[in-house]
Design a protein around this ligand. Sequence first.
Ligand code: ZN
Length: 312
Amino acid sequence: MENQILGLHHITAIAGDAKRNFNFYSKILGLRFIKKTVNFDDPGTYHFYFGDEVGSAGTILTFFPWGEGIQQGRKGSGMATEIGYSVPKGSLDFWQKRFDEHNVIYNKPSERFGEKHLPFLDPDGLKLELIESKTEDTRKAWETDEIKADVATKGFHNVTLTLKNIKATAAILTEIFGYKLIEQEVNRYRYATDTVETAAIVDLVELEDEKHGHVANGTVHHVAFRVKNDEVLMHFREKVESFGLSITHQIDRQYFHSLYFREPGGVLFELATENPGFTYDESLEELGKNLKLPAQYESDRERIESHLAKID
Ligand code: ZN
């Protein structure tokens, strides 16, 4: 476990209306809303976290809901273009029906790398997929009244990055992160780490003529990879630097500690620690129930709260 990347930690995307985003992910998709806080770099806007019961690394999807009427992003090269969730075998019929009932836009399920997957869009146009993983996923799903464990999402299966040329990004994955190429279908190259059994996959899709994407509403902002602790984090800081890439200093994100760097293909990568986790400032039962602010904004709570839209 030492000095290794342990798969995905979280994925962060941009959304429009906060309430619509909250409803879609917590109610229709049935993820647990684990943290309501603000964007630490822009406390006038929310930062939402969705995950499993405790907010385990590899299950965390986060959003900056910038509000209605913001610029629409454009999917393209140099960005993460699909977020894959693992679901139990045989659950896609349930999800198709559920998407019909809630007017969710989706494509009929198809197969890739021997796994059935159901692609769909969130209300802001972000592309996600539900994937019946061919390897058993033993993670404990978060259940809701309408979505029980036999169909509920279990966390990330993979993330897909679209690139004009995969070579430089593949080198980061294999030479720094310890991933290996495990499968290929046409222009989709599947990389995985064997340090963890789930959230271990990154797909690189090569599209030479694809225009550069634009990060705004309905697109992924960055992809975070998981490390055990601060010591491993700093080990990777040196490794990334020795590759000739610039990387930030360590940033305290309250629930984890982070470093950011842009990989040569254009995707913003983050490295994030498991510590201290989402129960840092709320009990397990209370997760997501209250607006949590980092210490520097606590004195300004009233003003900050008055500017944020009510979501429930
Ligand atoms: Zn992040």
